[in-house]
Structure formats: C-alpha cells, structure tokens
Design a binder for this molecule. Structure first.
Ligand SMILES: NC(=O)C1=CN([C@@H]2O[C@H](COP(=O)(O)OP(=O)(O)OC[C@H]3O[C@@H](n4cnc5c(N)ncnc54)[C@H](O)[C@@H]3O)[C@@H](O)[C@H]2O)[C@@H](O)CC1
Ligand SMILES: [K+]
Length: 491
C-alpha cells in the first residue's frame, strides 16, 4: 500500500488525465490499453502463479479492452483462457475494438453464462470501469452475481465493476475482488464507501504516463501518509516540561458512561498532552482515578463547576458519554463558548445538531449516523457519497470535520484527506472516544485543527492495525494505547 500515490482524483479528472496523456503527450490510446493490460496480467501472475485456467469477463467499453489485452498475454503464456462476453466483441469501438480484434485473431470468445465460468481458477473482471454511469441490472447484474457466487479469486481491472469511482458506492451490485490493479490516477472512490469491501488490495500502475500530465489537475483528495504526520511528532528537547504540552479537559460521562471519558482522557495522555483533566459525574471519579491516576478528575454538578477547569484548559474534548440530560445540555452550552480549540464528538455532536453555533477552531468527529443527524438525512445517504457529506458538514459547521468509517475523510477549509488504514476491529465501543482524545492530545501540543485531525485519524487507524495483528474481532479501544504511544514517537 505504501507505494500508492497520495493524490486521489474524481473519475472525470481521471478521464481528463487519460485525454491529456493521449492528446498532449502523444501516447496512443491503444498503447495505454496495452500497458494497462500488461500491468493487470503481471499482477495476476504475481498473485496466483500456479493458476493455469483464467476466465476473463468483458463488457463493452475500454475496461473490456484492458480485459482483451490480459487475455492475449495469458494465451501467449500458454494458459487456458476463456473470454466471456456481455457485449459482442465486434461492437467494441476505438482502442477497445482494436484490443478485441487482436484477441479474436488468436482465439474465440463466448457469450457469458454462469456455467461457462466452468473450471476457472481466477476470474478477471473487465465488465465495467470508470464509465459506470447507471445502476447495474439485467445481464450485467446476473454476471456479477454469478462471479461472486463462485467465491474464486477475482482480479478487478481498474475498479470492481459496479463500484462508482467517485463515491465508492455500489450501484446496484458490485464485484467482490481480491485485487484491483488501477491505472494512471487513483480514483477517490476506491478507498471509501462500500469499496473497501470490494477492491481487495489496490495496486497502482502509472502506465508510464509522465508525471507532468498530473500538473495542473488539482487532486480531489489526498491519502494520508506517514510523511504528513511524523513531522508533527519531532523528538522532544531534553529540557521539555509539562507546561509546554498543553492541558486537555475532557467533558462528558453522564450516568453509566464514565468509560468514555476515561478512554478519551487516557488517549490524550498517550499522545503526549502535558496535563489531562476530566470533568464528569461524581460517581465516575473513583474508578477513573483507580484505573489511570495520571488523569485529574473533577466532579461537576453543573456549568459553574467547569469555570476553574476551563480557565486552565488549553483544549476541550466535549462529548464522550455526554448523554442527553439537562446536565449534559448545560455543560455543552458552556463548553462550546470555550475560547480555544475544541474537539466535539458523540453526544456533543447530537447537541450541535439541535442548536447550530458556528465556530472556526474546532474538530468535529461524526460517524455516519451523527453526520446524518447533523445534515438532516440518513446514515445510508451519508454513506452513498461520503465526500459530499463531509464537504457539506464542513461548509455548514466550519472548522475541520472528520467523517469516520472505513476510508475516514477529513475536510478542512482547504483540503479533503482520506485515511486508508484501519480495520473492522475498530467497529467496537470506545474507539471514537479514543480518537477524540488523540486529536485533543495533538491540539494541546500546538498542532492546528487540520494537522491534529489528519494526524490523529492516521495514528488511531495505524494503532488499531498494529493492535489487531492477525485478527480484528475482539479488538478493544484500550488495546490502542500501547501502539499509540509507540506511534507518537516515530523513529
Ligand atoms: N485511454 C483510456 O481512456 C484508458 C482507459 N482505460 C480503461 O478504460 C476504462 C474506462 O473506459 P470507458 O470509459 O469506455 O468505460 P467502461 O469500460 O467502464 O464502460 C463504459 C460502457 O459501459 C456502459 N455502462 C455504463 N454503466 C453500465 C451499467 N450499469 N450496465 C451496463 N453497461 C453500463 C456504458 O454505456 C459504456 O458503453 C477504465 O476504467 C480503464 O479500465 C485503460 O485502458 C487505460 C487507458
Ligand atoms: K472492472
């Protein structure tokens, strides 16, 4: 994954890049297709070196053209190749028509049937690429369902058929691939929405297109890499003291939800905040202190009790376990007026939905359900276009917005960032509380909202990957603390 470029593009931009490569840089369309097919074939051989029987399923566009090139390379290597078509190869146009013709000079194709998948060991999905412009139905849907039903290794050419390249949404039905070699530019939809369940490993081929082609087309989003994060985590000076690293105040933990405060507060400690306080219900004080004596715990009965704490805080994390009582409402109202950076999560976001204040220096960290409540739509509608949702949230609420979920998105006034790390073990209670504390801990050390959100999301996901090891099921939020500490001190 580390070899992937960091720039992400929309499909219309990737088409423009193709056009520039062809028209301005003089690379013939068929040459690009040959290179795409060669990359895909190499990936196939590398992933399944023992496979001898390959089935290539082709649609009617350039994605199919890539498939015909793969078929030709496979034939040349003496593999048993079956090309199954959804569109008569004689009808293919342009470079795809050339690729189909070159294959037909060597061998025949057959119309797609589920039975014709026969004894295949690997299936190549060359049905639909970035030209997908409507929901998959009819024969295409039947073909995708039949391929998925085989549970065989599948290589998806450029993008799994049925996935929309801009949103990662499944339009109707999509191929579940094991690996997706993708070309020229990374499509932003490969890494979020439903796509992470469908792509398998994404492998990039630049098709030898000169980097100059990319100049002038502003990427739609950026993948976060270590290079974006580690410069913010420079080694500390020997003379450092805790007064230099901020004071995080975590506010939340209504009755029955004290754990959320403890998780956020400990996460802020683990990221290196100088001091961390928690303001919560009286009954949570003893258990939090027993578990983590480094956290300064204060019982708050109402907003007046917050005053001395807010006076000392440099950052407030508002929301973990905050609940929806009158106590919660009063604390919320006082804290959103805090004169410093804020992280708002969980119940804090639900309160924001009811009373819309707008404020610059904050990081909002909704999951799709909370994002839906803020935008007045369903979580499913948020998931259908996460890029649009995070942009709408940021434009309405200001600050920096983190839309959580596979392929977390971070939207600042200037940029959209995407995190392609993390694992399904993070789908467990308390993970969001840890993230809000991580971001708070980074803000306390002087990072701005964008840098804290980008770095926090990435460190949190990387910590979860390290903690999960070989198995995501059963991962606990507290398992992230040790790897977080390691990651907060990059070598
Ligand atoms: N020169 C280029 O432009 C290159 C393109 N490449 C390949 O070309 C692909 C894009 O090619 P195209 O723009 O021809 O698009 P596609 O190959 O994705 O297919 C478009 C065709 O599918 C039809 N279609 C769209 N949605 C459908 C649906 N739901 N059900 C049935 N049919 C549907 C369209 O009407 C159109 O005929 C890329 O994904 C990539 O694989 C690569 O060969 C690299 C170079
Ligand atoms: K495809």
């Amino acid at each position: 994954m580390n070899d992937l470029p960091r720039e992400l593009y929309r499909t219309e931009q990737s088409r423009e890049l193709d056009r520039l490569a062809i028209e301005v840089y003089g690379i013939p369309a068929y040459t690009l297709m040959e290179r795409a097919g060669r990359v895909a074939y190499r990936v196939l051989r590398r992933c399944w070196p023992q496979a001898r029987r390959i089935c290539i399923v082709c649609g009617g566009g350039n994605n199919a053209g890539d498939g015909y090139v793969v078929a030709r390379f496979a034939l040349r290597d003496g593999l048993t190749v079956r090309v199954l078509t959804l569109v008569d190869p004689e009808r293919l146009q342009g470079a795809a028509g050339t690729a189909a013709k070159a294959y037909l000079e060597l061998a025949r194709t057959e119309p797609f049937t589920a039975e014709a998948l026969g004894e295949a060991e690997v299936i190549v999905d060359a049905l639909l690429g970035t030209g997908l412009d409507r929901p998959v139905e009819g024969r295409f849907a039947q073909a995708i369902a039949a391929i998925n039903a085989r549970h065989l290794p599948v290589l998806a050419v450029d993008i799994p058929s049925g996935i929309h390249g801009d949103t990662g949404q499944i339009l109707g039905l999509a191929i579940g691939a094991s690996v997706t070699p993708t070309f020229i530019a990374l499509k932003q939809g490969l890494f979020t929405g439903a796509a992470p369940d469908c792509t398998g490993e994404v492998i990039f081929g630049d098709l030898e297109v000169p980097p100059a082609v990319l100049i002038g087309i502003e990427p739609a989003a950026r993948r976060i890499t270590a290079a974006d994060v580690n410069p913010h985590l420079a080694p500390r000076q020997r003379t450092a003291h805790k007064g230099r690293f901020g004071h995080v105040l975590v506010v939340g933990g209504d009755r029955g939800m004290g754990g959320a405060v403890r998780l956020a507060a400990e996460a802020a400690c683990r990221l290196g905040a100088g001091l961390v306080s928690a303001a919560t219900r009286a009954e949570h004080i003893a258990p939090i202190l027993a578990a983590r004596p480094e956290i300064m715990c204060r019982a708050v009965a109402g907003p007046e009790d917050l005053e001395p704490l807010l006076a000392r805080a440099t950052v407030v994390v508002l929301g973990p376990g905050l609940g929806s009582s009158t106590w919660s409402q009063a604390l919320f109202e006082r804290c959103v007026a805090f004169d410093g950076p804020l992280v708002i999560d969980a119940d804090g976001l639900n309160r924001l939905a009811q009373a819309p204040p707008r404020r610059g220096a904050w990081v909002l960290t909704p999951h799709p359900g909370e994002a839906g409540r803020l935008l007045g739509c369903s979580a499913a509608e948020v998931q259908a276009d996460r890029f649009a949702a995070v942009a709408a949230l940021q434009s309405r609420w200001g600050g920096v917005v983190v839309l959580k979920g596979a392929g977390s998105l971070i939207r600042s006034p200037a940029l959209t960032w995407l995190c392609d790390r993390g694992n399904p073990g993070m789908a467990s209670g308390g993970m969001g509380d840890v993230l809000s504390g991580v971001v708070g801990g980074l803000l306390a050390q002087g990072l701005n909202c964008e840098a804290a959100a980008v770095s926090g999301v990435w460190l949190h996901a990387r910590a979860a990957d390290q903690a999960a090891g070989d198995g995501a099921r059963g991962l606990l939020a507290t398992d992230l603390f040790e790897p977080l500490r390691r990651l907060a001190n990059p070598k």
